[in-house]
Design a binder for this molecule. Sequence first.
Ligand code: SF4
Length: 381
Amino acid sequence: MFREYTDKKEKVFVLRGIVEIRIPKERYEELSRRYSKEYIISFSEEKRVLHRITRRELVFVTKESGIPLLGHSAFGIIDRGTNLLQVRCITGCNLNCIFCSVDEGVLSKTRKTDYIVDPDYMLDVLAEVAEFKGENLEVHLDGQGEPALYPYLEYFVEKVWKIKNVKVVSIQTNGLVFSEDRIDALENYITRVNLSISALDEELAKKLHGKNYPIKKVLEVAEAIANSNMDLLIAPVWVPGYNDAEIPKIIEFALNIGAGKRYPPLGIQKYIPYKFGRKAGRRISFDEFYKKLSELEKEFGVKLILKPEDFGIEKRPRIFNPFKKGDVEKGKIVAEGRMHGEKLVVARDRSVAVYTDKNVGDYVDFEVVSAKDGIIVGVER
Ligand code: SF4
């Protein structure tokens, strides 16, 4: 389950390929005379835990950590008032796309901390939420990063079907960590894979996603998914000025390989420059975007302008949100924040992203500046 080695200064354990635990060499030698490796990994106070790909601090969110799974945009469960629940088990990405809306990957300038959620904790909370939300739920694994990097993915998707009311399990992915074996292991537990492919041309694909982006492999993964029990939806991001000519080619590719057995085969996304995302390409209006999609629909005879109903998504009552904009509250800082200048605070049984210079362990008074969709953001008062 873990790999180990020693570098110049630290004893290093790599758990499930993604969690890197680093303990000062001398301290480890001292502890190893008295304790087992497993005990040292779990209980040594002198250790750094890193996301092996992004190299950022990785916070393990467990039931015992007391970190709620509602309230934060980076991890946990997001309920936007429909029968689809966004489930975010891990942050961090193995790519650095030039248009990334969450500025992910090892080259990120804004993200400071990653999070990983214990699968049993996520399943327990999800079961409670699913009970409230009612029948015909879609569990959609997405997040700020690559959801398939979650080392407990196979375990999670198998168990999630035991939760009452779950009828669809879908995942967003860039496809890099999919293999034939992994597809075999997942095909009976994932209903639909939303695979992002934004260019077929190798050079352009590398320009969009980074110089090591393996487009050939991703196209093979797409075909393998289309031939499996899972449905495939190809989800390109149209970045005007970059991949305009690629979109028709991607549509052809998706239709040729048999994407969209039960759902639409394509979900073309509009590039939107976000405040803390990466900026690339030309900004276009929604009118221009839909006009282009409508032209492509006629050219290829395929539905490209999608509505929630195409995915069986309908409105549902929301989970109670204990916060509203303008509320003032005191909370405990339990971990570093996702972004620079931010801390993870627990208050009213929610995880709250609070802008503050205070330290982990301190209490902070904050004002809620946003509480939309149950995602709470605060600023120190
Ligand atoms: S756009 Fe998606 S795949 Fe690309 S860096 Fe961002 S999270 Fe990763």
